[in-house]
Design a protein around this ligand. Structure first.
Ligand code: GLC
Length: 647
């Protein structure tokens, strides 16, 4: 709703800043006025009762204006281009890769020389794992940031980052960086000031004199890293106080009930926006609001803060989309896209972590029923938002889907998860080679580490040299990627997976990493090995060329973009999961056989959604099928898939 007082306040600030509201800055001005009431309401919702609410609100208005003024013209032009495309990030044209700059190629300068590699593969979107300063040995892979604006010297300088961004922009590539919103390193200047006794900075964190509050919090807060960092608080000897550290003991949780924290972090968000970030990955947003008596995850205030960030970013840096890294239960994930008035106005992206885990479930069991039991939740995603779809990332695989999804198939949830954990950690004769991560002896919970190739059995197959096993594991790798590429959303490869890297155990020799087995699937790239991707007949070449082909097929099929155009096919076989992608009368049937044997699908499966096609063209194999009689079958090879366009 229009608010004249706000309008006036904004006009005054913009006049002071000499923003040309009637001329070149008019679009910014319009966006600001259009979002002002929402920004005001969201801010008041969280900070309205704070004793300095008005001052902080004035600072917020200033910050939005300043960030816009500082935004380079070339980015303002890029914003306009993206706006003209409308929902640019839903397109089938974008394929991402997530990588650690140092482990991939050394540093940012060298990354600039690798753009051809991405081009060859078809990747045009890079997620650079955290590059800002982070103490060696206590960095959590860069997620413990000691300076949000200084590139860690391991990677180079801020100038190097700017250069890579500019190079990528010239090549029409997109960039994703992280904002680690929930915590800082204990070496960050704010934490250092807190340690020295500065009360203002102690109020940037959750710091307590004794165990009174920590004990109460501990009763309801689940542990994130129970093995390496049990509990959610750490004793600091310098202050002689307890600090909230939900993740590792060296990651101090920021206190967002303090508006100064919010404004400082929003300022950093704008700093990243103005570096040319296209998609900002908001790390661990589920955790940013804490309240006694709750799990301190997914609280309504966390959503209010994210919405506030979104509306502010939309005003000053409208070309930057937001990805909320919420790896939470399916129902909770959906809320990160916004709800009610804010539907599709919170995070533009979330990880489809549920689908990712369900693919691993289906691969281990050869049964797709649990996957299908979850889809009614995932289909709730609003139009205009999208998923990051993936099979592996730098983190572990959590089996976080709901128990009822397992029960619907007749399996017992506890036993079923136990089976999956044993399977992927290579027990009972399983071909997978992974490991259990963060085992919680109190709850028996555990997650799974391991690379795509090793979890698909390639490591064990190569060790035994069995040609059939190698073939099966390569099929599994490609099957897993294919499903995540076509289910809707931006596919995000994890570096190394395109060249079939198996687990890298060198982390065990590094005391800064050996306590965290997620490092087994974060390889150091050997560019000699990567040359094998062009040597016909090698496993590397098979996986690389399949990945390349999947990307290129996807780029040529408009309806592979995410336009709320996904319908699941009625299952005709428990081993095969199939869905239909549609757009204006065009249809693409995507079928995936998770079984180690051939599977049969009746032709009737293709006759349920509108006019039955007479021919189906498989984009993957190039074969054309005549749709047969209802009692005849389409036969799918073990671990195979079909991308069938209706003709
Ligand atoms: C996110 C990151 C993970 C990290 C955690 C704490 O979940 O993906 O790697 O350990 O946040 O920052």
């Amino acid at each position: 709703m229009y608010n004249p007082a706000l309008h006036q306040q904004i006009n005054e600030v913009l006049q002071q800043e000499k923003i040309d509201i009637g001329g070149k800055d008019n679009l910014f001005y319009t966006r600001f006025i259009a979002n002002a009431t929402a920004i005001d309401a969201l801010f008041r919702d969280i900070y309205g009762s704070h004793h300095q609410s008005r001052e902080f609100y004035a600072r917020l208005i200033q910050l939005i204006a300043k960030s816009y003024i500082q935004r380079p013209d070339v980015l303002k032009e890029r914003d306009a281009d993206k706006e003209a495309k409308g929902n640019w990030f839903l397109s089938n044209d974008i394929t991402g890769m997530s990588l650690y700059v140092d482990r991939f190629c050394g540093d940012l300068k060298t990354l600039g020389t690798k753009l051809d590699y991405f081009k060859k593969l078809g990747v045009n979107f890079l997620h650079l794992m955290p590059v800002f300063e982070s103490p060696e040995g206590e960095s959590d892979g860069g997620y413990a940031v000691s300076d949000f604006r200084k590139v860690d010297k391991r990677f180079g300088t801020l100038e190097d980052l700017r250069k890579v961004q500019a190079q990528m922009q010239d090549e029409d590539m997109y960039l994703m960086l992280d904002i680690v919103l929930n915590h800082t390193s204990h070496k960050h200047a704010w934490a250092e000031a807190a340690k020295k006794g500065d009360p203002g900075y102690q109020n940037y964190f959750y710091i307590y004199n004794d165990r009174y509050f920590p004990d109460q919090f501990d009763q309801t807060m689940p542990e994130i890293f129970p093995e390496s960092s049990p509990g959610s608080f750490t004793w600091n000897e310098e202050m002689k106080k307890w600090v909230m550290t939900v993740f590792h003991h060296y990651q101090w949780d920021l206190n967002y009930s303090n508006p100064a924290v919010f404004l400082d972090m929003l300022d950093t968000i704008f700093f990243y926006a103005n570096l040319g970030v296209d998609i900002l990955r908001i790390d661990a947003p589920a955790f940013i609001w804490k309240q006694l008596g709750t799990s301190c995850q997914n609280l309504p205030q966390a959503h209010t803060l994210l919405r506030l960030i979104k509306q502010c970013v939309q005003v000053s840096a409208p070309g930057m989309a937001l990805l909320g890294e919420a790896i939470v239960a399916p129902k909770e994930i959906m809320k990160y896209f916004g709800s009610g008035l804010y539907t599709a106005k919170e995070c533009d992206f979330a990880y489809n972590a549920t689908q990712m885990a369900l693919q691993w479930d289906a691969l281990a069991t050869g049964d797709t029923r649990v996957m299908l039991a979850a889809q009614h939740e995932l289909l709730q995603k609003p139009y205009g938002c999208s998923w990051i779809t993936y099979t592996r990332c730098h983190d572990d695989i959590g089996l976080g889907y709901d128990d009822y999804m397992i029960q619907r198939t007749g399996f017992a949830p506890f036993e079923h998860r136990k089976f999956l954990k044993e399977y992927y950690s290579g027990q009972n004769g399983s071909p997978a080679r992974g490991a259990l991560f963060s085992v919680n002896p109190k709850t028996n919970d555990a997650r799974i580490s391991g690379s795509l190739a090793s979890l698909c059995g390639l490591e064990s197959a190569l060790a035994s040299g069995d040609a059939n096993d190698i073939d099966m594991s390569v099929r599994k790798i490609i099957l897993m990627q294919a499903q995540s590429f076509f289910i809707g959303g931006v596919p995000m490869l994890f570096y190394g997976d395109e060249a079939a890297y198996t687990n890298d155990y060198s982390y065990l020799n590094d005391p800064g990493k050996s306590y965290d087995n997620r490092w087994m699937h974060r390889p150091v790239i050997d560019w000699e090995k990567n040359k094998l991707t062009s040597k016909e007949g090698t496993v590397e070449a098979r996986v690389f060329s399949a990945t390349q082909r999947l990307i290129s097929i996807r780029k040529n099929i408009f309806l592979a973009g995410d336009y709320k155009n996904l319908t699941w096919m009625t299952p005709h076989n428990i081993h095969v999961a199939g869905f239909l992608r549609t757009f204006e009368g065009q249809k693409l049937y995507c079928l995936f056989n998770f079984r180690n044997k051939a599977s049969y699908v009746t032709w009737f499966a293709f006759k349920e959604h509108g006019a039955a096609p007479s021919q189906l063209y498989d984009h993957w194999s190039g074969a054309t099928f005549e749709v047969g009689m209802d009692h005849d079958y389409l036969i799918m090879e073990p671990y195979s898939f079909l991308l069938l366009e209706a003709r």
